[in-house]
Ligand binder design. Structure first.
Ligand code: PEP
Ligand code: CO
Length: 471
Protein backbone atom coordinates (compact mmCIF):
# COMPACT_ATOMS: atom_id res chain seq x y z
CA UNK A 1 0.00 0.00 0.00
CA UNK A 2 2.86 2.33 0.75
CA UNK A 3 3.93 2.04 -2.88
CA UNK A 4 1.52 4.83 -3.75
CA UNK A 5 3.24 8.21 -3.51
CA UNK A 6 2.79 10.19 -0.33
CA UNK A 7 1.00 13.53 -0.45
CA UNK A 8 -0.10 15.69 2.50
CA UNK A 9 -3.60 14.33 2.03
CA UNK A 10 -2.85 10.74 0.99
CA UNK A 11 -4.01 9.73 4.48
CA UNK A 12 -7.56 10.44 3.34
CA UNK A 13 -7.50 7.21 1.38
CA UNK A 14 -7.04 5.22 4.58
CA UNK A 15 -9.14 4.50 7.62
CA UNK A 16 -8.70 7.44 9.98
CA UNK A 17 -9.64 6.46 13.52
CA UNK A 18 -10.48 8.93 16.28
CA UNK A 19 -11.50 11.78 13.98
CA UNK A 20 -14.49 13.96 14.92
CA UNK A 21 -17.46 14.30 12.62
CA UNK A 22 -18.27 17.92 11.91
CA UNK A 23 -21.85 18.88 11.12
CA UNK A 24 -20.82 21.38 8.43
CA UNK A 25 -17.90 20.20 6.26
CA UNK A 26 -17.73 23.56 4.45
CA UNK A 27 -17.17 25.35 7.74
CA UNK A 28 -14.40 22.90 8.60
CA UNK A 29 -12.76 23.61 5.23
CA UNK A 30 -12.87 27.35 5.87
CA UNK A 31 -11.15 26.90 9.23
CA UNK A 32 -8.51 24.63 7.74
CA UNK A 33 -7.80 27.10 4.94
CA UNK A 34 -7.23 29.83 7.50
CA UNK A 35 -5.00 27.55 9.52
CA UNK A 36 -2.97 26.73 6.43
CA UNK A 37 -2.35 30.45 5.78
CA UNK A 38 -1.19 31.31 9.29
CA UNK A 39 2.53 31.26 10.07
CA UNK A 40 4.09 28.06 11.39
CA UNK A 41 4.47 27.47 15.13
CA UNK A 42 7.96 25.98 14.91
CA UNK A 43 10.70 26.02 12.29
CA UNK A 44 12.46 23.34 10.29
CA UNK A 45 15.78 24.43 11.85
CA UNK A 46 14.52 23.62 15.32
CA UNK A 47 13.06 20.36 14.08
CA UNK A 48 16.35 19.29 12.53
CA UNK A 49 18.29 20.29 15.65
CA UNK A 50 16.00 18.20 17.80
CA UNK A 51 16.39 15.27 15.40
CA UNK A 52 20.14 15.36 15.78
CA UNK A 53 19.79 15.54 19.56
CA UNK A 54 17.49 12.52 19.56
CA UNK A 55 20.06 10.69 17.44
CA UNK A 56 22.59 11.39 20.20
CA UNK A 57 20.15 10.03 22.79
CA UNK A 58 19.79 6.83 20.75
CA UNK A 59 23.58 6.48 20.94
CA UNK A 60 23.44 6.88 24.72
CA UNK A 61 25.05 10.29 24.75
CA UNK A 62 22.04 12.13 26.11
CA UNK A 63 18.65 11.40 27.61
CA UNK A 64 15.14 12.42 26.58
CA UNK A 65 12.81 13.83 29.19
CA UNK A 66 9.32 14.19 27.75
CA UNK A 67 6.50 15.31 29.99
CA UNK A 68 3.41 17.35 30.54
CA UNK A 69 -0.34 17.07 30.81
CA UNK A 70 -2.32 14.20 29.41
CA UNK A 71 -4.47 16.89 27.81
CA UNK A 72 -3.86 20.61 27.88
CA UNK A 73 -6.99 22.68 28.27
CA UNK A 74 -7.68 26.06 26.70
CA UNK A 75 -8.54 27.44 30.10
CA UNK A 76 -5.19 26.46 31.51
CA UNK A 77 -3.29 28.47 28.94
CA UNK A 78 -2.15 30.80 31.72
CA UNK A 79 1.13 32.27 32.81
CA UNK A 80 0.93 30.33 36.07
CA UNK A 81 0.31 26.90 34.53
CA UNK A 82 2.97 27.34 31.85
CA UNK A 83 5.69 28.53 34.21
CA UNK A 84 4.93 25.76 36.68
CA UNK A 85 5.26 23.17 33.94
CA UNK A 86 8.58 24.64 32.85
CA UNK A 87 9.76 24.73 36.45
CA UNK A 88 9.13 21.08 37.12
CA UNK A 89 10.65 20.02 33.81
CA UNK A 90 13.72 22.16 34.50
CA UNK A 91 14.08 20.77 38.01
CA UNK A 92 13.70 17.20 36.80
CA UNK A 93 16.22 17.73 34.04
CA UNK A 94 18.70 19.24 36.46
CA UNK A 95 18.40 16.17 38.63
CA UNK A 96 18.75 13.83 35.64
CA UNK A 97 21.81 15.65 34.34
CA UNK A 98 23.41 15.62 37.73
CA UNK A 99 22.84 12.03 38.72
CA UNK A 100 22.47 10.50 35.24
CA UNK A 101 25.56 12.28 33.94
CA UNK A 102 24.15 12.81 30.50
CA UNK A 103 22.82 15.82 28.69
CA UNK A 104 19.05 16.01 28.84
CA UNK A 105 16.71 16.89 25.97
CA UNK A 106 13.60 18.58 27.32
CA UNK A 107 10.43 17.99 25.37
CA UNK A 108 7.10 19.19 26.76
CA UNK A 109 3.76 17.63 26.09
CA UNK A 110 2.60 21.18 25.50
CA UNK A 111 1.70 23.90 23.01
CA UNK A 112 -0.71 21.64 21.13
CA UNK A 113 -1.61 18.63 23.30
CA UNK A 114 -5.28 19.40 22.77
CA UNK A 115 -6.71 16.33 21.00
CA UNK A 116 -7.48 13.06 22.77
CA UNK A 117 -8.30 9.55 21.58
CA UNK A 118 -11.32 8.04 23.33
CA UNK A 119 -12.41 4.46 23.80
CA UNK A 120 -15.98 5.26 22.79
CA UNK A 121 -17.49 7.75 20.35
CA UNK A 122 -20.26 8.52 22.78
CA UNK A 123 -20.75 9.02 26.49
CA UNK A 124 -23.97 8.19 28.33
CA UNK A 125 -24.98 9.98 31.52
CA UNK A 126 -28.36 9.49 33.18
CA UNK A 127 -29.75 8.02 29.99
CA UNK A 128 -28.50 10.91 27.83
CA UNK A 129 -26.10 10.01 24.99
CA UNK A 130 -23.73 12.67 23.65
CA UNK A 131 -20.46 12.64 21.67
CA UNK A 132 -17.41 11.91 23.85
CA UNK A 133 -15.10 14.75 24.81
CA UNK A 134 -12.17 14.59 22.38
CA UNK A 135 -10.03 17.35 23.78
CA UNK A 136 -10.41 21.13 23.61
CA UNK A 137 -9.27 21.12 19.98
CA UNK A 138 -12.56 19.39 19.12
CA UNK A 139 -15.31 20.02 21.66
CA UNK A 140 -15.99 20.99 25.25
CA UNK A 141 -15.85 18.87 28.38
CA UNK A 142 -19.25 20.27 29.38
CA UNK A 143 -21.83 17.53 29.13
CA UNK A 144 -24.48 19.25 27.05
CA UNK A 145 -25.43 18.92 23.41
CA UNK A 146 -23.93 22.25 22.38
CA UNK A 147 -20.66 21.74 24.25
CA UNK A 148 -20.08 18.27 22.87
CA UNK A 149 -20.76 19.21 19.26
CA UNK A 150 -17.39 19.25 17.40
CA UNK A 151 -16.64 22.88 16.50
CA UNK A 152 -14.06 23.54 13.75
CA UNK A 153 -13.30 27.05 15.07
CA UNK A 154 -11.65 25.29 17.99
CA UNK A 155 -8.85 24.30 15.59
CA UNK A 156 -7.98 27.97 15.23
CA UNK A 157 -8.33 28.56 18.95
CA UNK A 158 -6.00 25.63 19.64
CA UNK A 159 -3.45 26.94 17.16
CA UNK A 160 -3.56 30.35 18.85
CA UNK A 161 -3.10 28.94 22.33
CA UNK A 162 -0.23 26.78 21.13
CA UNK A 163 1.35 29.93 19.69
CA UNK A 164 0.78 31.88 22.92
CA UNK A 165 2.29 29.05 24.95
CA UNK A 166 5.35 28.77 22.73
CA UNK A 167 5.80 32.53 22.64
CA UNK A 168 5.79 32.74 26.42
CA UNK A 169 8.17 29.79 26.79
CA UNK A 170 10.60 31.22 24.26
CA UNK A 171 10.45 34.60 26.01
CA UNK A 172 11.13 33.07 29.40
CA UNK A 173 14.04 31.02 28.16
CA UNK A 174 15.60 33.88 26.17
CA UNK A 175 15.12 36.21 29.10
CA UNK A 176 17.14 33.99 31.43
CA UNK A 177 14.47 32.04 33.27
CA UNK A 178 16.38 28.80 32.70
CA UNK A 179 19.72 30.29 33.73
CA UNK A 180 21.57 27.61 35.63
CA UNK A 181 22.98 30.25 37.95
CA UNK A 182 19.49 30.90 39.22
CA UNK A 183 17.72 27.64 39.89
CA UNK A 184 15.78 29.50 42.57
CA UNK A 185 13.70 30.96 39.71
CA UNK A 186 12.23 27.50 39.27
CA UNK A 187 11.26 26.91 42.86
CA UNK A 188 7.61 26.19 43.26
CA UNK A 189 5.87 27.62 46.29
CA UNK A 190 5.47 24.29 47.94
CA UNK A 191 9.03 23.10 47.30
CA UNK A 192 10.08 23.40 50.90
CA UNK A 193 7.34 21.02 52.03
CA UNK A 194 8.49 18.15 49.85
CA UNK A 195 10.05 15.23 51.73
CA UNK A 196 12.66 15.07 48.94
CA UNK A 197 13.31 18.83 48.90
CA UNK A 198 16.60 18.42 50.70
CA UNK A 199 17.93 15.96 48.08
CA UNK A 200 17.05 18.44 45.39
CA UNK A 201 18.63 21.37 47.23
CA UNK A 202 21.84 19.38 47.60
CA UNK A 203 21.96 18.82 43.85
CA UNK A 204 21.32 22.50 43.18
CA UNK A 205 24.14 23.49 45.53
CA UNK A 206 26.53 21.02 44.02
CA UNK A 207 25.77 22.25 40.49
CA UNK A 208 26.22 25.84 41.64
CA UNK A 209 29.65 24.96 42.98
CA UNK A 210 30.66 23.16 39.79
CA UNK A 211 29.51 26.13 37.72
CA UNK A 212 31.51 28.59 39.77
CA UNK A 213 34.54 26.30 39.61
CA UNK A 214 34.27 25.90 35.83
CA UNK A 215 33.80 29.60 35.25
CA UNK A 216 36.79 30.48 37.38
CA UNK A 217 38.89 27.86 35.65
CA UNK A 218 37.87 28.54 32.06
CA UNK A 219 36.99 32.19 32.42
CA UNK A 220 33.70 31.89 30.50
CA UNK A 221 30.17 32.12 31.68
CA UNK A 222 28.71 28.64 31.40
CA UNK A 223 25.23 30.02 30.84
CA UNK A 224 26.46 31.53 27.57
CA UNK A 225 28.11 28.31 26.49
CA UNK A 226 25.25 26.01 27.03
CA UNK A 227 21.72 27.28 26.68
CA UNK A 228 18.83 25.26 27.93
CA UNK A 229 16.32 24.45 25.19
CA UNK A 230 12.76 23.27 25.24
CA UNK A 231 10.95 21.48 22.48
CA UNK A 232 7.24 20.92 22.01
CA UNK A 233 5.41 17.69 21.27
CA UNK A 234 1.87 16.43 21.06
CA UNK A 235 -0.03 13.41 19.89
CA UNK A 236 -0.59 13.80 16.16
CA UNK A 237 -4.20 12.75 16.26
CA UNK A 238 -6.37 15.26 14.42
CA UNK A 239 -5.08 14.74 10.92
CA UNK A 240 -6.75 17.72 9.23
CA UNK A 241 -5.18 20.00 11.83
CA UNK A 242 -1.75 18.42 11.33
CA UNK A 243 -2.06 18.54 7.56
CA UNK A 244 -2.97 22.25 7.56
CA UNK A 245 0.37 23.08 9.13
CA UNK A 246 2.47 20.69 7.10
CA UNK A 247 4.50 22.59 4.55
CA UNK A 248 7.52 22.70 2.32
CA UNK A 249 10.18 25.15 3.37
CA UNK A 250 12.79 26.93 1.25
CA UNK A 251 16.10 25.13 0.70
CA UNK A 252 15.00 21.87 2.27
CA UNK A 253 13.69 18.72 0.74
CA UNK A 254 10.36 17.28 1.82
CA UNK A 255 7.49 18.33 4.05
CA UNK A 256 7.64 19.49 7.66
CA UNK A 257 4.84 19.38 10.19
CA UNK A 258 5.34 22.85 11.62
CA UNK A 259 2.68 22.53 14.35
CA UNK A 260 5.18 20.95 16.74
CA UNK A 261 8.73 19.62 16.87
CA UNK A 262 8.01 16.03 17.82
CA UNK A 263 4.58 14.63 16.98
CA UNK A 264 3.83 11.11 18.11
CA UNK A 265 1.40 8.47 16.92
CA UNK A 266 -0.78 7.14 19.75
CA UNK A 267 -1.26 3.46 20.42
CA UNK A 268 -4.83 3.44 19.19
CA UNK A 269 -3.99 4.95 15.82
CA UNK A 270 -0.79 3.01 15.09
CA UNK A 271 -2.18 0.49 12.58
CA UNK A 272 0.36 0.15 9.74
CA UNK A 273 -2.36 0.57 7.11
CA UNK A 274 -4.16 3.35 8.95
CA UNK A 275 -4.32 7.03 8.11
CA UNK A 276 -2.02 8.20 10.90
CA UNK A 277 0.92 6.07 9.84
CA UNK A 278 0.31 7.12 6.24
CA UNK A 279 0.37 10.79 7.18
CA UNK A 280 3.41 10.69 9.44
CA UNK A 281 5.53 8.55 7.15
CA UNK A 282 5.70 11.56 4.84
CA UNK A 283 6.86 14.29 7.21
CA UNK A 284 10.50 15.07 7.91
CA UNK A 285 10.05 15.63 11.68
CA UNK A 286 11.41 13.20 14.21
CA UNK A 287 8.36 11.21 15.25
CA UNK A 288 7.34 9.11 18.21
CA UNK A 289 5.35 5.90 18.00
CA UNK A 290 3.62 4.41 21.02
CA UNK A 291 3.98 0.65 21.33
CA UNK A 292 2.64 -1.69 23.98
CA UNK A 293 1.08 -5.01 24.82
CA UNK A 294 -1.37 -4.76 21.92
CA UNK A 295 1.36 -4.10 19.34
CA UNK A 296 1.86 -7.13 17.08
CA UNK A 297 5.44 -8.04 16.30
CA UNK A 298 4.67 -8.55 12.62
CA UNK A 299 3.31 -5.01 12.53
CA UNK A 300 6.59 -3.73 13.96
CA UNK A 301 8.45 -4.78 10.79
CA UNK A 302 5.94 -2.99 8.65
CA UNK A 303 5.92 0.12 10.85
CA UNK A 304 9.70 0.32 10.67
CA UNK A 305 9.56 0.00 6.88
CA UNK A 306 6.99 2.75 6.62
CA UNK A 307 8.11 5.21 9.27
CA UNK A 308 11.84 4.60 9.37
CA UNK A 309 12.76 3.42 5.86
CA UNK A 310 16.19 5.05 5.68
CA UNK A 311 17.28 4.48 9.27
CA UNK A 312 17.83 8.22 9.53
CA UNK A 313 19.45 9.00 12.90
CA UNK A 314 16.96 10.54 15.35
CA UNK A 315 13.93 9.94 13.14
CA UNK A 316 12.05 7.37 15.22
CA UNK A 317 11.44 7.18 18.96
CA UNK A 318 9.62 4.09 20.14
CA UNK A 319 7.71 5.00 23.29
CA UNK A 320 6.82 1.75 25.06
CA UNK A 321 3.97 1.66 27.53
CA UNK A 322 3.26 -1.88 28.67
CA UNK A 323 2.31 -1.53 32.32
CA UNK A 324 4.37 -2.89 35.20
CA UNK A 325 2.73 -6.31 34.93
CA UNK A 326 3.22 -6.74 31.20
CA UNK A 327 6.58 -5.20 30.42
CA UNK A 328 8.53 -8.30 31.36
CA UNK A 329 6.72 -10.35 28.80
CA UNK A 330 6.47 -7.78 26.05
CA UNK A 331 9.57 -5.61 25.93
CA UNK A 332 12.27 -8.23 25.29
CA UNK A 333 10.66 -9.64 22.12
CA UNK A 334 10.00 -6.11 20.87
CA UNK A 335 13.61 -5.03 21.37
CA UNK A 336 14.82 -8.17 19.56
CA UNK A 337 12.42 -7.64 16.69
CA UNK A 338 13.68 -4.10 16.18
CA UNK A 339 17.27 -5.28 16.41
CA UNK A 340 16.60 -7.85 13.67
CA UNK A 341 15.54 -5.00 11.39
CA UNK A 342 19.07 -3.62 11.70
CA UNK A 343 17.65 -0.17 12.37
CA UNK A 344 18.41 2.19 15.24
CA UNK A 345 15.59 3.73 17.24
CA UNK A 346 15.50 5.77 20.41
CA UNK A 347 13.82 3.78 23.18
CA UNK A 348 11.68 5.77 25.57
CA UNK A 349 9.56 4.41 28.42
CA UNK A 350 6.10 5.79 29.15
CA UNK A 351 5.37 4.19 32.53
CA UNK A 352 2.00 5.95 32.82
CA UNK A 353 -0.42 4.59 30.25
CA UNK A 354 -0.12 0.89 31.03
CA UNK A 355 -0.70 1.54 34.73
CA UNK A 356 -4.03 3.33 34.79
CA UNK A 357 -6.65 1.88 37.15
CA UNK A 358 -9.95 2.96 38.65
CA UNK A 359 -10.55 3.47 42.35
CA UNK A 360 -13.62 2.04 44.04
CA UNK A 361 -15.23 5.46 43.71
CA UNK A 362 -14.57 5.49 39.97
CA UNK A 363 -11.62 7.92 39.77
CA UNK A 364 -8.82 7.10 37.34
CA UNK A 365 -5.50 6.85 39.12
CA UNK A 366 -1.99 5.41 38.89
CA UNK A 367 0.26 4.15 41.64
CA UNK A 368 3.66 5.73 42.06
CA UNK A 369 5.09 2.28 42.77
CA UNK A 370 3.72 0.76 39.55
CA UNK A 371 5.17 3.64 37.56
CA UNK A 372 8.55 3.24 39.20
CA UNK A 373 8.47 -0.55 38.85
CA UNK A 374 7.78 -0.33 35.13
CA UNK A 375 10.68 2.10 34.75
CA UNK A 376 13.05 -0.07 36.71
CA UNK A 377 12.08 -3.11 34.68
CA UNK A 378 12.54 -1.10 31.50
CA UNK A 379 16.12 -0.24 32.46
CA UNK A 380 16.80 -3.86 33.41
CA UNK A 381 15.30 -5.41 30.30
CA UNK A 382 17.09 -3.04 27.94
CA UNK A 383 20.35 -3.77 29.72
CA UNK A 384 19.76 -7.53 29.51
CA UNK A 385 19.03 -7.20 25.78
CA UNK A 386 22.16 -5.15 25.19
CA UNK A 387 19.93 -2.20 24.33
CA UNK A 388 19.65 1.24 25.91
CA UNK A 389 16.76 3.09 27.45
CA UNK A 390 17.29 6.62 26.19
CA UNK A 391 14.27 8.47 27.49
CA UNK A 392 11.25 8.71 29.75
CA UNK A 393 7.76 10.02 29.06
CA UNK A 394 5.60 11.23 31.94
CA UNK A 395 2.22 12.74 32.47
CA UNK A 396 2.91 15.36 35.08
CA UNK A 397 2.07 18.83 36.21
CA UNK A 398 3.80 21.55 38.18
CA UNK A 399 0.64 21.91 40.25
CA UNK A 400 -0.05 20.47 43.66
CA UNK A 401 -2.72 18.04 42.45
CA UNK A 402 -3.72 14.68 43.92
CA UNK A 403 -4.27 12.31 41.02
CA UNK A 404 -1.67 9.54 41.38
CA UNK A 405 -1.34 7.64 44.66
CA UNK A 406 1.90 6.95 46.52
CA UNK A 407 5.22 8.77 46.57
CA UNK A 408 7.20 10.04 49.53
CA UNK A 409 4.23 11.79 51.02
CA UNK A 410 2.14 8.62 50.78
CA UNK A 411 -0.95 9.98 49.04
CA UNK A 412 -3.72 7.42 49.20
CA UNK A 413 -7.09 7.01 47.58
CA UNK A 414 -8.96 9.17 50.07
CA UNK A 415 -6.58 12.04 49.29
CA UNK A 416 -7.43 11.93 45.60
CA UNK A 417 -10.59 13.97 46.00
CA UNK A 418 -8.69 16.88 47.52
CA UNK A 419 -7.22 18.24 44.28
CA UNK A 420 -8.15 15.99 41.39
CA UNK A 421 -8.12 18.28 38.35
CA UNK A 422 -7.16 16.21 35.32
CA UNK A 423 -9.78 16.16 32.59
CA UNK A 424 -8.38 12.91 31.27
CA UNK A 425 -5.50 10.85 32.75
CA UNK A 426 -4.02 11.21 36.27
CA UNK A 427 -0.71 13.09 36.41
CA UNK A 428 2.22 12.98 38.78
CA UNK A 429 2.17 16.11 40.91
CA UNK A 430 5.22 18.28 41.41
CA UNK A 431 6.63 16.30 44.34
CA UNK A 432 5.99 12.93 42.80
CA UNK A 433 7.60 14.04 39.55
CA UNK A 434 10.71 15.34 41.27
CA UNK A 435 11.00 12.19 43.33
CA UNK A 436 10.66 10.11 40.17
CA UNK A 437 13.47 12.12 38.58
CA UNK A 438 15.72 11.48 41.58
CA UNK A 439 15.08 7.75 41.28
CA UNK A 440 15.43 7.65 37.49
CA UNK A 441 18.70 9.59 37.64
CA UNK A 442 20.24 6.83 39.72
CA UNK A 443 19.15 4.25 37.16
CA UNK A 444 20.59 6.19 34.23
CA UNK A 445 23.88 6.48 36.05
CA UNK A 446 23.88 2.72 36.56
CA UNK A 447 23.40 2.10 32.80
CA UNK A 448 26.48 1.15 30.85
CA UNK A 449 28.55 4.06 29.60
CA UNK A 450 27.51 5.13 26.12
CA UNK A 451 28.98 3.22 23.23
CA UNK A 452 32.03 5.04 21.94
CA UNK A 453 32.65 6.62 25.31
CA UNK A 454 36.37 7.24 25.56
CA UNK A 455 36.73 5.92 29.10
CA UNK A 456 35.00 2.71 28.14
CA UNK A 457 37.11 2.14 25.07
CA UNK A 458 40.19 2.77 27.15
CA UNK A 459 39.02 0.08 29.52
CA UNK A 460 38.33 2.43 32.38
CA UNK A 461 34.57 1.95 32.43
CA UNK A 462 33.25 1.81 35.95
CA UNK A 463 35.24 4.83 37.03
CA UNK A 464 33.00 7.72 37.68
CA UNK A 465 32.82 9.92 34.65
CA UNK A 466 32.72 13.68 34.77
CA UNK A 467 29.43 15.33 33.94
CA UNK A 468 29.22 16.30 30.31
CA UNK A 469 28.01 19.77 31.02
CA UNK A 470 25.02 20.77 32.92
CA UNK A 471 22.33 21.20 30.34
C1 PEP B 1 -1.44 9.64 25.84
O1 PEP B 1 -0.21 9.72 25.69
O2 PEP B 1 -2.11 10.48 26.48
C2 PEP B 1 -2.12 8.45 25.28
C3 PEP B 1 -3.40 8.49 24.93
O3 PEP B 1 -1.32 7.40 25.23
P1 PEP B 1 -1.42 5.99 24.46
O4 PEP B 1 -1.54 6.31 23.00
O5 PEP B 1 -0.11 5.35 24.81
O6 PEP B 1 -2.60 5.28 25.02
CO1 CO C 1 -2.79 10.19 28.78
Amino acid sequence: MSEKPWTPDSWKGRIALQQPTYADPAELERCLERLARLPPLVTSWEIETLKSQLAAAARGESFLLQGGDCAESFENCTSHAITNKLKILLQMSLVLVHSGRRRVIRVGRFAGQYAKPRSSDTEIRDGVTLPSYRGDLVNSLEFDAEGREPDPYRLLQGYKRAALTLNFIRGLIDGGFADLHHPEYWDLDFVQHSPRARDYQRIVESIGESLRFMETLVGVNVGEMDRVDFYASHEGLHLSYEQAQTRQVPRRVGWYNLSTHLPWIGLRTAAPDGAHVEFFRGVRNPIGLKVGASTRLEDVDRLLDLLHPDDEPGRLTLIHRFGADKIQQGLGPLVRRVRESGKTVLWCCDPMHGNTRSTASGLKTRRFDDILRELELAFEIHAAEGSLLGGVHFELTGEDVTECVGGARGLDEVDLHRAYRSQVDPRLNYEQALEMALLVGERIAAQAAPVGDAARLAGTAGRRRQPRGVA
